[in-house]
Each structure stands twice: as C-alpha cells, then as structure tokens.
Design a protein around this ligand. Structure first.
Ligand code: SF4
Length: 323
C-alpha cells in the first residue's frame, strides 16, 4: 500500500516523474503507431508533414481567423472529419448515375437546384439520350422540355449539349479523367470536375459547393472566400487521400444538420469542436426538429439522441470517439 506520508516536495517530484513517464509513454505509443520500424521513428512525422504541405499551393493558404495555432487547427479539422465519418459512414454523391457521362451531366444540372430534383429529371434525359453522341445531336427544344424542372433550363440545355459535342469531337466520346481536360468542357468548372474525378475516376478532389463554403467558414478552417483558394487552404489541412470523402462528409453535414439559416447546433455531433456553436438552435428537442432527413432517412447513420451532445449545464459534450 503506498505511503501517504511523503513531503510536498517529494509529492511534486513524484508527480513530475509520473507526468514525464506518461508523456514518454504517449510519445512512444504515437511513434510506434506512426512508424512500426524502430529506426523510422523520426521519419514518420516528417513524412506526414511533407504529405500535407505538398497537397496545395502554399501561397493560397492563409491562417484562419482567431489565435488557434496551425497544428491545433490541423488536429481539430481532422478530428471533425473523423467524427463526421462516424456519423455518415456511407456518405456518397447523392446524384444518381451509372457512368461518368451521366455523372458529369447530372453535376452540371445540379447547379442552383437540389440533387433530388436532378434525380427526378435525369432518368428521362438518359433514356432518350444515353450517350454523348445522342445528346450532341439532340434538338435543343426537346432537351429544354425535359430539363425545365431543374431551373435555368435553357442555359443547362446549352451546357449539356455543348459538353456532349466536346466529348465527341475532342475526346472520342469518352469523359476525360483529368482536371485540365474536364474544365475545358462547357459548363464544367473545378467543382464539377472534382466531383467527376473523385467519384468516377477515384482521383482525390475537394468539392467546394455552397455547403462546403459555409461549413468551413463556421469551423474557421480558413478565412478565404474564393472557392479556388478555399480548395487549396482545406487541401493543405488533410492528406490528399481524404479529400473526396471529406467533401462528402462536409456536404452531408451541411444538408442534414448545419443548415444555412437554422443550423441544428443542439443536435450536432461535432458541437464541441465548432467555434460557431450557438449560431443555430441549441435546445436539443427544438434542434432535433430542424434535422433534415432525405431519401427516407440517414442510411447507416449513427446519431446519438440530441441531448447526448450537451452536458448537464447545456454545454457541448465530448463527441463520439473523443479522447
Ligand atoms: S455546432 Fe452548429 S454551427 Fe457548428 S457545425 Fe454544428 S450545427 Fe453547424
């Protein structure tokens, strides 16, 4: 049984020794986790840093508002992404498509409207024009009639016929798998190109849509406002291999919980990590009513009851897997 007669000095020394030993064990554990081979202990962190640095042009990266250090920001951002991955394990593009041609067309059509509306429209479009050749030769007025429910149907008709012609004339009727080629297609910007690259070609990309812009601003991940600069700044916080899934997690969270006008803060699983907690409804029961359930629910979603996100004092409780 340990003696309780130690002097204060001894106690302090013992505490210090204990803390040092704990710190050393934690360091050792982290090193072992990152670099299984003993001689590579010092190499692993360098490798990780280089990977993050190499993912985006440095000059476009700005420090976010507030006094959070760069290291703390990277840790918090990655923890938010890990937490969202727990909540939305099956996050995926919500546009229906069977091939890369359908995906690029559907993504162009999704501007200024919902994915649901696009999914209700594209079956008729692809039934009538299944290939780029078919759509390139289509009568614009007939395409406009089909696309009318998507809004901006004249401009969108022009884009999808134009991009189909470009696919036929410049790419042999195939959707190209490279950013520089995709952005040459009519109606295709970097956002659409990254959706196609990430989901039809498995090439990592960050999709900076309206939800993504709003959420990264709320989380103070960046102070940038230009989509291309946001893309570069956020890309520098994560390994490239995380980019596509990160985009899905953020967009799903924006659609279901962190809405533009009424974010459901009281039912938000990442409330403890969010500097904007309180921007929306914090009462768990009221917040729960703000959650948006699309397509019949949250497939595979593991949301806890809203009150579980707040402690007894009404403050955000630690998130799932926090530690
Ligand atoms: S706490 Fe509120 S503002 Fe922050 S992510 Fe959650 S819903 Fe959005």
């Amino acid at each position: 049984m340990p003696s309780d007669k130690s002097t204060p000095a001894k106690k302090a020394a013992a505490k210090k020794a204990g803390a040092a030993s704990k710190k050393a064990s934690a360091k050792k554990a982290a090193a072992v986790k990152k670099a299984p081979a003993a001689k590579k202990v010092t190499v692993a962190p360098k490798k990780a840093t280089a990977r993050v640095k190499g993912t985006a042009p440095a000059k476009a990266v700005v420090h976010p508002p507030g006094d959070e250090s760069r290291t703390a920001l990277v840790r918090r951002a990655r923890r938010i992404n890990r937490e969202l991955a727990e909540v939305y394990p099956y996050a995926h593009p919500e546009l229906d498509f069977d091939n890369s041609f359908q995906l690029v067309v559907a993504t162009v059509l999704s501007a200024q409207t919902t994915d649901l509306r696009v999914n209700q429209t594209t079956p008729a479009l692809f039934a009538k024009y299944p290939t780029p050749e078919d759509l390139a030769a289509a009568n614009p007025e007939e395409v406009e009639e089909i696309l009318r429910p998507c809004g901006f149907f004249r401009a969108k008709t022009k884009s999808v016929i134009g991009l189909s012609k470009a696919l036929v004339e410049d790419f042999g009727g195939e959707v190209p798998g490279w950013l520089e080629d995709l952005v040459k297609l009519p109606g295709v910007g970097r956002k659409t190109a990254f959706v196609v690259l990430g989901n039809a070609f498995g090439r990592p990309g960050i999709t900076v849509d309206t939800h993504f812009q709003r959420l990264v601003r709320r989380w103070q991940w960046t102070g940038e406002t230009d989509p291309d600069k946001i893309e570069a700044a956020i890309g520098a916080l994560f390994p490239k291999s995380d980019w596509t899934d990160l985009s899905h997690h953020v967009i799903w969270h924006g659609r279901r919980i962190c809405h533009a006008r009424k974010p459901a803060c009281g039912a938000c699983p990442i409330a403890p990590l969010c500097p904007a907690f309180g921007e929306g409804e914090t009462d768990p029961e009221k917040a729960k009513k703000l959650l948006k359930y699309e397509k019949g629910g949250f497939p595979g979603q593991r949301l806890r009851p809203p009150q579980a996100y707040l402690d007894a004092g009404g403050k955000p409780a630690p998130p799932l897997g926090a530690g």
